[in-house]
Design a protein around this ligand. Structure first.
Ligand SMILES: Nc1ncnc2c1ncn2[C@@H]1O[C@H](COP(=O)(O)OP(=O)(O)OP(=O)(O)O)[C@@H](O)[C@H]1O
Length: 261
């Protein structure tokens, strides 16, 4: 077991949301997305159906241009769709006003991007507490929860560091802490290990696996890396805007360790 796994276990929070009961958390039905540029149009999602259950760790793979990032952006409500429905915890994202969708996203979703997207003038703990402050958690409680979350990702000693004072792997662990601190229903990650070397990538995936296993945190991640994909509990393959494969596996408990060079 890695030191991150130990930290995650020993500093565990009580779950604030019932998890892992196999209920459908997200249901996408007949989702279509068309990009139009002048006369050209690209059908990026083609009548796509997908159900994600509470507690799943889903990897989305597929060739470049197959629609992985579009799927993430549309199913999280970051981008508009051209047809179909996306229900998150029973709420149809695209029947809400833009304002309501933004609020719903802030309360029920966390995001991890390849490029970290941390606020450069904020310290690690200020970055992590931000999602809590945005949904009205009192400052003192937000700070306590952010500090605890940084401990869980193995960064207690970096609390007061700014992003440019941390390694890429450390910055990505801060973004993991920021994405999970509010215990969102679902965390979306687009190439979360894309900027990291293989050892750092393995640490981040190990951390995500541990948070998924300990808290039942639902995570959907897009990756090009077959090693990362194999460490997920469910692997979805995309081709031409459609699902081309969907397999559920139970990776061995030490899959994270096996990824390490
Ligand atoms: N903003 C956009 N405007 C026009 N076309 C777009 C836009 N974004 C994506 N596309 C097109 O939509 C299709 C799906 O793109 P998407 O980025 O979702 O694929 P992807 O599988 O994530 O690719 P990659 O692995 O290269 O990141 C591609 O044909 C792409 O060229």
């Amino acid at each position: 077991m890695s030191r991150f796994s130990v930290a995650a276990r020993t500093a565990r929070h009580p779950a604030e949301r019932p998890v892992g009961d196999g209920d459908a958390l997200l249901v996408a039905q007949g989702v279509r997305k068309v990009y139009r540029t002048g006369e050209l149009s690209v059908l990026a999602l083609d009548d796509l159906d997908l159900t994600v259950r509470s507690g799943e760790l889903v990897a989305v793979m597929g060739p470049s241009g197959s629609g992985k990032t579009t799927l993430l952006n549309c199913l999280s409500g970051l981008d508009e769709i051209d047809g179909g429905h996306v229900l998150v915890e029973g709420n149809d994202l695209f029947e809400m006003s833009d304002h309501a969708r933004t609020e719903h996203r802030a309360r029920s979703m966390g995001f991890i991007f390849q490029s970290y997207n941390l606020i450069p003038v904020f310290t690690a703990v200020e970055n992590v507490e931000l999602p809590l402050l945005l949904v009205g958690v009192p400052a003192e409680e937000a700070r306590e929860r952010a500090v605890a979350m940084l401990g869980r990702v193995g960064l207690a000693h970096r609390e007061r560091h700014r992003p440019n004072e941390m390694s890429g792997g450390e910055q990505q662990r801060v973004t993991v802490a920021r994405a999970l601190v509010a215990r969102p229903a679902i965390v979306w990650a687009d190439e979360p290990t894309g900027n990291l070397d293989s050892a750092m990538a393995a640490q981040i995936m190990d951390l995500l696996r541990q948070l998924n296993a300990d808290d039942g945190q639902t995570i959907v991640l897009v990756t090009h890396d077959p090693v990362i994909g194999a460490a997920a509990s469910r692997l979805i393959r995309m081709r031409d805007g459609r699902l081309a494969g969907d397999s559920t596996t139970v990776p061995p408990a030490d899959a994270g360790d096996a990824m390490r060079p």
